[in-house]
Design a protein around this ligand. Structure first.
Ligand code: ZN
Length: 141
């Protein structure tokens, strides 16, 4: 199996079985994050205790890239400190802006999204959840 096919499988797995996905009906419409160019939308709930992210839940809809990216993000960041999470978010977004080369291997499934960096139209799909988390963490600190 080629790496590309493997990555496609990882993305589809997260899309079909998104981790940490649940209905977040209590989050108001004005706190929904959207990527209008593709039709992706996302609600995000972050629970923080003593500076540690206890859980990140999302309610995502849209394309496979946006949903799988949100799923991968929530899986990676649960249990991290807020500072660690902010570093990872900054590093991920820098990769998608082309400021640093690629996605670090320790980000696990996220490597599967690396191919998206080449497609400017899909970058917003891959980064929607990350910008949302960045916004939420900044508003809480
Ligand atoms: Zn999309």
């Amino acid at each position: 199996m080629s790496m590309e096919a493997l990555y496609q499988d990882i993305i589809l797995d997260h899309y079909k079985n998104p981790r940490n996905f649940r209905k977040l009906d209590h989050i108001p419409e004005d706190q929904v994050f959207e990527n209008p160019s593709c039709g992706d939308s996302l609600k995000l709930e972050v629970k923080i205790e003593n500076g540690i992210i206890q859980s990140v839940s999302h309610e995502s809809s849209g394309c496979a890239i946006s949903v799988s990216s949100a799923s991968m993000m929530t899986a990676l960041l649960s249990g991290k400190t807020v500072a660690e999470a902010q570093n990872i978010v900054a590093r991920f977004l820098a990769a998608f802006r082309g400021e640093v080369e690629g996605i670090p291997e320790e980000y696990d499934d996220l490597l599967a999204l690396e191919g998206v960096i080449k497609y400017p139209l899909r970058v917003k799909c891959a980064t929607l959840a990350w910008h949302a988390l960045d916004t939420i963490l900044k508003s809480q600190s």
